[in-house]
Design a protein around this ligand. Structure first.
Ligand code: GLU
Length: 284
């Protein structure tokens, strides 16, 4: 099987040193394996995505010496594919509409268990199930946020463990008891009302559509991977190998965020740094 990986930035701000590390590591690993490096623009959040940032992503990555096949996949072109997958899950009774906002959820979570630690899932506190109900068979696909009924999903795939191979910082085969996901992941949102999809749904569909064999991304997404393995099983998609890499942190030890303009690649670029300097800064 040919090695194929990708870098999947969101065009919602300037790329910083952490992105440079992730992209160059993926590019280097693809080259070392005689494989392919793809780029994907994760622009489902149209309220934050800007053409300016997308253009700057191409400029920054070219400047770093990376290349990729064209055309580049953009998530905003893939809404029909996301909708088809959601419709399939809806027809299997695995989704339900949810109209809670963040405040309702936090109120429901804190009221009965004051002081107790909230279980944290891939999207923050695990949803308490406020809106959970099984829609009557034949209910048309609603124009609302949709949550995965994780208990039904787990029942549907059966007791066989889910697993993925991790080749990053902690090299291991990760085995997941599907039942454990009910408490650790909960009923995550698979379609946000304003987007018609979600990061989790799109990323598994896109990795499969692009034939990605190795997902190389930051260690902050390790905790989301059991959910991705579940979605792959539910949707009949292959599970790639995962390589979660260390995060680039600032001098205070905090991981870099989009608003860390001080460490934007474009800034180093205009100040006369070379791609070799960037490699040195991130330890490549
Ligand atoms: N768009 C995601 C990010 O910028 C990438 C996630 C992934 O590589 O799976 O964090």
């Amino acid at each position: 099987m040919q090695f194929r990986t990708r870098f999947a930035p969101s065009p919602t701000g300037p790329l910083h040193l952490g992105h440079a590390y992730s992209a160059m590591l993926a590019h280097d690993m693809a080259r070392a394996a005689g494989g392919e490096f793809l780029l994907r623009i994760e622009d489902i959040d149209q309220s934050r995505a800007r053409p300016l940032w997308e253009t700057q992503i191409y400029d920054d990555l070219h400047w770093l010496g990376l290349s990729w096949p064209e055309p580049v996949m953009r998530q905003s072109d893939r809404l029909p594919a996301y909708r088809t997958a959601l419709q399939g899950l809806w027809d299997r009774g695995l989704l339900y509409p949810c109209s809670c906002n963040r405040r309702d959820i936090l109120a429901a979570l804190t009221a009965p268990q004051e002081g107790a630690e909230l279980p944290i899932g891939p999207d923050g506190p695990v949803y308490p199930g406020t809106c959970r109900q099984v829609p009557a068979p034949g209910t048309p696909f609603p124009d609302q946020a949709l949550r995965l009924d994780i208990a039904l999903a787990v029942a549907e795939i059966g007791p066989e463990p889910l697993h993925f191979l991790e080749t990053g910082q902690h090299q291991q085969q990760v085995d997941i008891d599907p039942k454990s996901l009910i408490a650790t992941v909960g009923d995550v949102v698979l379609a946000r009302r304003d987007m018609g999809t979600s990061y989790h749904l799109s990323v598994v569909l896109d990795d499969a559509a692009q034939g990605i064999t190795h997902v190389i991304r930051g260690a902050d997404l390790f905790e989301a991977t059991p959910l991705h393995a579940l979605l792959q099983r539910l949707l009949g998609l292959p599970t790639p190998t995962y390589h979660h890499h260390r995060l680039i942190r600032d001098d205070a030890g905090k991981r870099l965020a989009k608003r860390d303009d001080a460490r934007a690649i474009a800034k180093y670029r205009t100040e006369g740094a070379t791609p070799q300097d960037i490699r040195r800064m991130v330890g490549l």
